[in-house]
Design a protein around this ligand. Sequence first.
Ligand SMILES: Cc1cc2nc3c(=O)[nH]c(=O)nc-3n(C[C@H](O)[C@H](O)[C@H](O)COP(=O)(O)O)c2cc1C
Length: 394
Amino acid sequence: MSNDWFESIAVAQERAKKRLPASVYGAIMGGTDAGISRADNVDAFGELGIRPLTAGQPPERDMSVTVMGQPSSMPVLISPTGVQAVHPDGEVAVARASAARGVPMGLSSFGSKPIEEVAAANPQTFFQIYWAGDRDSMVARCERAKAAGAVGLILTLDWSFVHSRDWGSPAIPDSMGLKTMITHAPEVLRRPGYLMSWLRTFQLPTLGVPNFAVDDGPVPGFFEAYGTWMGTRPPTWEDVAWLAEAWGGPFMVKGIYRADEARRARDAGATAISVSTHGGNNLDTVPAAIRVLPEIAEAVGDDIEVVLDSGIRRGSDVVKAVALGAKAVMIGRAYLFGLAVNGQAGVENVLDVMRMGIDSTMLGLGKSSLAELGPEDLIIPDGFSPPRLDSPIG
Ligand SMILES: Cc1cc2nc3c(=O)[nH]c(=O)nc-3n(C[C@H](O)[C@H](O)[C@H](O)COP(=O)(O)O)c2cc1C
């Protein structure tokens, strides 16, 4: 094992902070306004206690699961993120690592690598899109993803274009011209490891959005793609049903926070939902996703697969989410930290840390399979979840 190995996501985060230029680390950390939701996503898992056994645990544990038709070696999937500039190998390194660990991956339509390269590296790739542009362009992006081998579609809906952060947002350049290089030179020069990783590739971050391009058109810059998205009318549930049908395969609605909307996603034809706060990057002061998971899981039962993302930093978090009704979780920042510090090996390291943590927690709880987990394995403080929604919208 090399010295680059880390034993926890917290250690990876600390190293990522030291390795990345401040603006790139700031873009990963994100969080809107005061960052209350971002922090609560993590803190809420700490509020949940665990009730362990002392003897008589089963000797073996099976943590495999199938989500959106894809078998996964553990209930952890890669959540789609736009990872421009974190590492030269970007999502291709993430795809190789997740494939090596038998884990499906979501690729963002704002990611830095084309779907063709990513799906070739991990055949279990789901393509993620936002409701952006007209229907024809969305269908064209979906068709391209399907032709590249994407095995599912993730439609992410929880984004409200909040652009304020109390600590100030890092400047995101649109392209890597001379002016940008001069502006960012001081902070990059202070990060020699990061600089070398790019110099070795003889390239600079392109900052283009390759999966936004349609019909062999040019690759748009970040702000062009973002502008298209901002200018698109938000979808209705009928629009969601239309896209699910147009895709015609496993379909996840990511960003569900209310039980009534979970049912609407189901009725629109979704295979799965992800209960999420977008990692605290959407509206601030929204309580952690894990707090509303039990209500949502109860509302949809087995009709639809329930996934949770936001705040997962260790294997015990995964077990807690499964105990409260999730079939699996998706991780975001955790693997970005690993990618930043050690590329593909760093993402593999993150997945190994998750697997060991899940295994230890299942052992301690005396579980041989995920199906045996339930809320009775946890100590849930009073007031952990917000009052349930009494007046559903549909
Ligand atoms: C830097 C960054 C970029 C992201 N980009 C996307 C994206 O392009 N599409 C998407 O559906 N979610 C995106 N997300 C949200 C993640 O998929 C996921 O919901 C979130 O990171 C989960 O929270 P966690 O980081 O605490 O694990 C992004 C998150 C981060 C941190």
